[in-house]
Design a protein around this ligand. Structure first.
Ligand SMILES: [Zn+2]
Length: 107
């Protein structure tokens, strides 16, 4: 009977690990998505919810913020003063507006 008891403990540990690695990130992600107003679909991104988190973090912090050039419509760096495609010069006001737009979209 002792071996059977060990099996139950091992099973409980496996379940516990699954909950920690799987259920908690999903639960936390859904809760967080609700607070932030972010799509819950991020958490369905991968088979494991952590891939959703990783994909989200890479997209949010790993990629330079971009804006669209008013003239040629190419995406350029948010802080750029001159478009690298068409040489369009942007006023500081336009840059600030783009940054503001980016920040409101981010939330
Ligand atoms: Zn341009």
């Amino acid at each position: 009977m002792e071996n059977q008891y060990d099996g139950v403990i091992a099973f409980a540990i496996v379940v516990l690990v699954l909950i920690i690695l799987w259920v908690i990130p999903i639960w936390f992600g859904l809760k967080w998505a609700k607070i932030k107003g972010v799509s819950k679909l991020w958490m369905l991104f991968g088979i494991h919810p952590m891939t959703g988190w990783i994909a989200y973090l890479v997209l949010r912090f790993g990629i330079d913020p971009k804006k669209q050039c008013e003239k040629c419509k190419e995406s350029i760096k948010l802080q750029a003063q001159i478009c690298r495609y068409c040489g369009n010069q942007m006023s500081q006001e336009a840059i600030n507006r783009a940054i503001e737009h980016y920040n409101t979209r981010k939330k």
